[in-house]
Ligand binder design. Structure first.
Ligand code: GLU
Length: 457
């Protein structure tokens, strides 16, 4: 059977680095197994779901390097869920309930005060036909619960019922169905909550592996029971740990924190983000991996830790630097064109500056410095100004190459007696206006003689 995975966010906001982890785990797992990756939008909550968010999620995923074999929207598949719900009703495992949220709340409080677990007591199962008729006459609409298979003959006498699976991330996992309330699958207004559509889709779309965050472990117990109630073999499951910020805070689509879009706009490279999102909280080192194919080679889903992983957004900057430092001109070329960095000098320029930039767009600043001079005229002491003038007057004639800097500065050293920082600092300042930056030996040939002389204070 072809390995088939899905990434199933609700389009209720912009996805963040934690969502990217789920998407990438699925994507890399599909890559490793020659499998298929289905994009599914869990958008049955029509009020909160928006097409613009779905579009933004697709954009973010493509930018990251994830390409779908198919895209599905749950809001367009309601008929399939009606069929599944009818099937459960026919089997007697989907039953109508009429309690209001206030009534349920009160019951939970009573159960707690009696030292009982606050699970739903299945009171709706004992409603008489008259009581149901009364509720209907009052204008109450039912919501529908799935009768969990956690009893022998009498649903009011639940017994420990273990659902066990071999999690592809965590190993043996167990959920006791007697510890859970029968989940509501259909709301009063007939709309579906996430639980049933997800299973109906996983069956129909031939999903072989459900890979998602470990906040879904309990759902998996319920959903395995649902697969069986619908006569289907459950897929394999894998639950990865979640990412939290350094202070232990969870990430949320609604808060917009660390969104993929925001990180992209701040100049983070897709592979820096992907490397961190995948490797943090695994036994592998977090380092910048240059391509998805390489990341797929390294990725081992079983090496993921079981506890939440803290990560520091600043690590992204270090990974970005490292990716740029090793980025070939070939790879950078098209994006550099967008900053006007073109022509014969573009390649040596890129090779000169790539080790000194935090984001690719920083190259544009260096291009400006090379072509237009320092952003602000550097300020020198009288002595240094005199020194720089003397030094520039010693510039060798063109043609210039990588050896010109050495040749020139040796001459300057000899003529002025200056060396070390006394020699190099004022020259760097004169040429770039900054105290640090790319190797001057690499920059000098890019400035050429006329451009360098133009910097004479
Ligand atoms: N819409 C669910 C979520 O975003 C999907 C969970 C799943 O993968 O089944 O958490």
């Amino acid at each position: 059977m072809t390995v088939t995975v899905r990434f199933a966010p609700s389009p209720t906001g912009h996805i963040h680095i934690g969502n990217a982890r789920t998407a990438l785990f699925n994507w890399l797992f599909a890559m490793q197994n020659g499998g298929r990756f289905i994009q599914r939008f869990d958008d049955t909550d029509l009020e909160r779901s928006k097409q613009e968010y779905a579009d933004a999620i697709l954009y973010d995923l493509h930018w990251l390097g994830i390409f779908q074999d198919g895209t599905e929207y749950q809001s367009r598949r309601i008929d399939a869920y009606e069929v599944a719900a009818d099937r459960l009703r026919d089997a007697g495992v989907l039953y109508a309930c009429y309690e209001t949220p206030e009534e349920l709340d009160l019951r939970r409080k009573v159960r707690r005060s009696r030292g009982l677990p606050p699970v739903y007591g299945r009171e709706a199962l004992s409603l008489s036909l008259e009581q149901i008729a009364e509720h209907e006459a009052d204008g109450r609409k039912p919501h529908w619960r799935f009768l969990l298979p956690n009893f022998a003959d009498n649903p009011f006498e639940t017994q420990r019922t273990e659902v066990t699976w071999t999690d592809i991330v965590r190993g043996e996992e167990t959920v006791d169905l007697a510890s859970l309330s029968d989940p509501v699958l259909v709301r009063e207004d007939g709309s579906f909550l996430y639980t049933l559509p997800s299973v109906a889709d996983d069956i129909e779309m031939g999903i072989t592996h459900v890979i998602r965050g470990d906040d879904h472990i309990t759902n998996t117990g319920v959903q395995i029971a649902l697969f069986k109630a619908l006569g289907a073999e459950p897929p394999m499951f894998g639950h990865h740990n979640l990412l939290t910020t350094a202070s232990g805070e969870g990430l949320s689509k609604r808060s917009g924190a660390l969104s993929i879009a925001g990180l992209r706009e701040s100049g983070i490279e897709p592979m820096a983000l992907a490397s961190l999102a995948v490797l943090v909280g695994t036994s592998d080192n977090v380092e910048a991996v240059a391509s998805m194919a390489e990341l797929a080679k390294r990725f081992d889903i079983t090496s993921t830790s079981k506890s939440a992983s803290k990560f520091d957004p600043d690590d992204l900057i270090a990974l970005n630097r490292s990716l740029l430092l090793h980025m070939s001109f070939e790879t950078a070329r098209d994006r550099l064109v967008a900053f006007g960095i073109t022509g014969d000098r573009a390649e040596p320029f890129w090779n000169a500056v790539r080790g000194n930039i935090e984001k690719l767009s920083d190259a544009a600043n260096w291009w400006r410095i090379v072509h237009q001079g320092p952003a602000n005229p550097p300020e020198f002491s009288d002595k240094d100004a005199e020194f720089v003038r003397t030094a520039l007057d010693l510039l060798p004639p063109e043609p210039w190459d990588a050896g010109t800097w050495k040749l020139w500065t040796s001459e300057v050293k000899e003529k002025t007696g200056r060396r070390g920082g006394m020699l190099f600092k004022p020259l760097r300042l004169a040429l770039t206006g900054l105290e640090s930056g790319p190797e001057l030996a690499d920059l000098l040939p890019l400035l050429d003689r006329e451009g360098t002389m133009a910097r004479r204070p």
